[in-house]
Design a protein. Sequence first.
Length: 288
Amino acid sequence: MQSVWAVLFALLGAASNATATVLQRKAASTVPLSAGFRLRLIVELLHRPVWLAGFGAIVLAACFQALALSEGALSLVQPLFVLELPMAMLIAGFVLGRRLTRDSWLAVLAVVGGLGVALAAADPQGGITHPPGGRWAVATGCCVGAVALLVVVARRRPPGRLRAASLAAGAAIGNALTAALMKAATHAWQSEGIAGFFEAWQTYGFALAGAGSVFLLQNAMQSGPLVASQPALTLTDALVSLALGVTLYEETVRTGWWLLPEIAGALAILAGALVLARTPLARLLAEG
């Protein structure tokens, strides 16, 4: 029953994130491509009501995500957020009054079907609730180091595909780390109440990691085409979350020959994400 609630809350979180994606990409498209890596980008976006509404949807998504993580495994919950992309396309089509093409519908089915196959094959199961401090140090260090490396790569490249993909991958790693920290914070709330929640260092860690991820994502959307940033964002978040779930929380997934359908599902998700990112509706949304 816990897994059912985890899936439900994760789907609601993905829908909220999809709404935020539509609104914030609309806002991000109103500022020009930047030749530099600017903190001022966020200041400019704060003056746009559409971006603020999108940020509100992100906060709602975070609440649903916390509920999902309190009920289910990190390696189950985070991959479900892959559905944010097809949901965003459906919402954008409704908001903008555009019909999805046949290829778009096939891509949506590829993402949904690929995710279903991958999760059914992996069959993620929950592990421990309180990882030891040493394990946290290694996991956090690896994630922060990877993000820093991707930011360095992005800053050395002009606006374009590589820069957008690097920043999107960095944002995705930040999202995965945020989810891992949030899971620990929600367990602190459940076991020790609100005082335990605010005493847990993970609470402040996920707030900081989440803010950094939003910053990187906004720069990724403004740095290059959607076809470069979206697949990197979609798959990296799921894969890093799976790795953190297994290594940090001792969650289990099936291996052996089950890896074949898991890989097939991941490839279907990637193919669907690439097609969706190339659709006229996605280009229209990215360009505003």
